[in-house]
Design a protein around this ligand. Structure first.
Ligand code: UDP
Ligand code: MG
Length: 346
C-alpha cells in the first residue's frame, strides 16, 4: 500500500526542518511519498524542498508560478497523488504526523474519509476559537450538507474518494464542503491541536473572512434568498403604514411630524437594499468567474513527479519542468540588475 501526503506550503522555511524528521519517524513502517505544493513562497522554501527532493525521491515537489491559495494547492496535490490512501496536512505541525498511522488503521477498517477532529485548540486565541465555532454553526444551518464540526483540511481520503474529489473542478473551492457534499463513509478521530511549530499563520483575519464567505456562498444560496424575504416583509409594512397615514389624513386632523424618524428609516432601508444588492452582486461575480472556466493553478516546475501523461482538467503545467538546478521563479516580478539602463534619446 502506498501512502501519499499532500502538504501545501507557503513561506514555510521555518517549519520544514522540523516537519521532515517527524514525518520520517512516524512513517517508518509505511511505503510513502510526500507531495509538497509550493504555493508561490518567497522565502527559502523552494530551495529547501529542492535539496531534500534531490536526496530523497519520496519527496515530490510541485511549484506554482504565484500564490494561488491553500485550497488550490491542496487541489494540485490531490491531482498528482498516486497513493492508495492520500492524507492532506499542513506543514506547520499543527496536524501531528504521529496521528497518521491511526488514520490509516481506520481506513483499513473500511472508511473512505478519516477526519481528525480538533477537541482542543491549544494556543489558538480565544477570538479564533470563538469565530470558528460560530462559523461552523452558521454554515451547518445555512447549507444542506452536514459539515463535521471542528474538522479542518487535515484528512485522509481513500483512492476512490480522491478520484471523486478530482472531478469537482469549481473555481471557488471549499474542500470541507466538497467532502460533505460527496457524502462518503467517514470516521472522526478526535485529537489535540497544538500551536504552530514556527513561523506565522498564513491565514490572517481578512483572508479567513473571505474564506468563510467562499464556504457559505459556494454551498448555500440562502443569503440571496434572505433579501427576498426581508424585501417582502418591509414592503408589506410600508403599505400598511401608507394606509394608516391616509386614514389619519382623511379622518383626523393630526399632522405627521417627525422628519428625523423618516430620514433615519430611510438610511436603514437604503443600507439594507445596498447590502442585499451587494450580496447578489457577489454571487453574480462568482458565477462570472466560474463561467470563465479559468484553470485553478499554474505549475512552473516539478521535481520527482512525471506530470506529462496526466495533465488534469483545469490546470496549466508549464514547459521546461523538472529542473535540476535551484531555480528562483514564482516570487513575483524581479528587477533585473545587471542589465545596462535603457535610455530613450530625446
Ligand atoms: N498555505 C498555502 N497557501 C496560502 C496560505 C497557507 O499553501 O495562501 C499553507 C501553509 O503553508 C500551511 C497551511 O496552508 O501549510 C495552513 O496554513 P496556516 O497554518 O498558516 O493556517 P492556520 O493553521 O493558521 O489556519
Ligand atoms: Mg496552521
Amino acid at each position: 500500500m502506498l501512502l501519499s501526503l499532500v502538504i501545501p506550503v507557503f513561506n514555510e522555511a521555518a517549519t520544514l526542518p522540523l516537519l521532515l524528521p517527524r514525518l520520517r519517524e512516524s512513517l517508518r513502517d509505511f511505503r510513502w511519498e510526500a507531495i509538497f505544493v509550493d504555493d508561490g513562497s518567497r522565502d527559502d522554501t523552494a530551495e529547501m524542498l529542492t535539496s531534500v527532493a534531490l536526496s530523497d525521491p519520496r519527496i515530490k515537489v510541485l511549484r506554482f508560478t504565484r500564490n494561488f491559495g491553500h485550497q488550490a494547492a491542496v487541489t494540485a496535490g490531490l491531482d498528482f497523488a498516486d497513493g492508495d490512501v492520500v492524507i492532506v496536512m499542513d506543514a506547520d505541525l499543527q496536524d501531528p504526523p504521529e496521528l497518521l498511522p491511526r488514520m490509516v488503521a481506520l481506513y483499513e477498517q473500511g472508511y473512505d474519509v478519516v477526519s481528525p477532529q480538533r477537541v482542543s485548540r491549544q494556543a489558538e486565541t480565544a477570538f479564533k476559537r470563538w469565530t470558528a465555532t460560530l462559523f461552523y454553526r452558521a454554515l451547518s444551518r445555512l447549507s444542506k450538507q452536514q459539515l463535521t464540526n471542528d474538522v479542518g483540511d487535515f484528512r485522509l481520503f481513500s483512492r476512490r474518494a480522491v478520484m471523486a474529489i478530482r472531478s469537482l473542478r469549481e473555481q471557488h473551492r471549499y474542500m470541507r464542503g466538497m467532502v460533505a457534499w460527496l457524502g462518503m463513509k467517514e470516521a472522526v478521530l478526535p485529537f489535540e491541536r497544538h500551536a504552530r511549530a514556527a513561523g506565522e499563520t498564513k491565514y490572517p483575519l481578512l483572508k479567513m473572512l473571505r474564506f468563510a464567505w467562499t464556504a457559505i456562498s459556494s454551498f448555500s444560496a440562502l443569503p440571496l434568498r434572505i433579501s427576498i424575504g426581508a424585501g417582502c416583509v418591509l414592503s408589506c409594512a410600508g403599505f400598511l403604514y401608507m394606509f394608516y397615514v391616509l386614514y389619519l389624513a382623511a379622518f383626523t386632523s393630526e399632522l405627521v411630524p417627525g422628519w428625523a424618524s423618516v430620514v433615519g428609516l430611510e438610511c436603514i432601508f437604503s443600507g439594507m437594499i445596498l447590502l442585499a444588492l451587494g450580496g447578489i452582486g457577489d454571487y453574480l461575480a462568482r458565477t462570472y468567474e466560474e463561467a470563465k472556466q479559468r484553470p485553478l493553478y499554474v505549475v512552473t516546475s516539478v521535481r520527482n513527479i512525471s506530470v506529462v501523461p496526466r495533465i488534469p482538467e483545469r490546470a496549466i503545467i508549464l514547459d521546461s519542468i523538472d529542473v535540476t538546478e535551484v531555480v528562483d521563479e514564482g516570487a513575483g516580478p524581479r528587477l533585473v540588475e545587471d542589465v545596462p539602463l535603457f535610455r530613450v534619446r530625446g
